[in-house]
Design a protein around this ligand. Structure first.
Ligand SMILES: Cc1cc2nc3c(=O)[nH]c(=O)nc-3n(C[C@H](O)[C@H](O)[C@H](O)COP(=O)(O)O)c2cc1C
Length: 181
């Protein structure tokens, strides 16, 4: 038994096919997958601002890319701005520790759905967060967290994809456990 092929073959390209376009139905399907992620108390504290390459809103987002991401992200078929709702109304807790965590799970769902559709995603933080926030003006409690470029990869997966070992995952946080009492 090995890791599922969908997980094993996923990678984050830096080159996208500039001719590939996505339909509104494709975008809906990606968001449909994002919708089904688990979240703390089923709060679903995520939102997505989506712009396909030929839509006017694409220009609005591209203006805020950093120099690094401006080299590759605009050619992707779709750019998505991700948002988390960190503040929780109508409860006795003002701030959710899990909002960004839950958003990440929702994005992971979207990412694998994209891969199942023969697309690929590169998530990124290389943009001007302050300027993008001022431009999109999300409602109270909402925070922009990341962006996702989605499209057909125009490159092969890198040969060496470094990952920490499972042994390290199990032991890294502990310098030595005492005996079980
Ligand atoms: C929250 C987050 C932020 C990231 N920011 C950037 C970024 O600013 N620029 C970039 O080129 N890649 C960025 N990446 C992509 C990672 O570098 C990439 O996922 C990682 O190197 C592992 O490669 P893989 O996804 O191909 O397995 C980001 C990924 C995540 C999840």
């Amino acid at each position: 038994m090995s890791v599922h092929p969908l997980l094993a073959s996923r990678f984050s390209p830096l080159l996208f096919d500039p001719a590939r376009t996505l339909t509104e139905g494709d975008v809906d399907l990606l968001l449909e997958a994002a919708r089904w992620a688990p979240s703390a108390g089923n709060s679903q504290p995520w939102a997505y601002f989506v712009a396909r390459r030929d839509e006017p809103e694409h220009k609005r987002i591209v203006r805020h890319l950093a120099r690094s991401s401006a080299r590759w992200a605009p050619t992707a078929s779709l750019l998505i701005v991700t948002m988390a709702h960190r503040y929780v109304e109508d409860t006795d807790w003002a701030y959710s520790d899990f909002a960004d965590y839950d958003l990440g799970q929702s994005v992971a769902h979207l990412t694998l759905q994209a891969h199942a559709m023969d697309l690929a995603c590169r998530q990124f933080r290389a943009f001007d967060l302050e300027a993008l926030t001022a431009d999109l003006n999300p409602g109270p409690g909402w925070h922009i967290v990341s962006m996702i470029a989605v499209g057909t990869p125009a490159e092969e997966p890198p040969a060496d994809r470094a990952r920490r070992s499972t042994a390290d995952l199990r032991t890294a946080p502990w310098s030595g456990l005492g005996d079980v009492p």
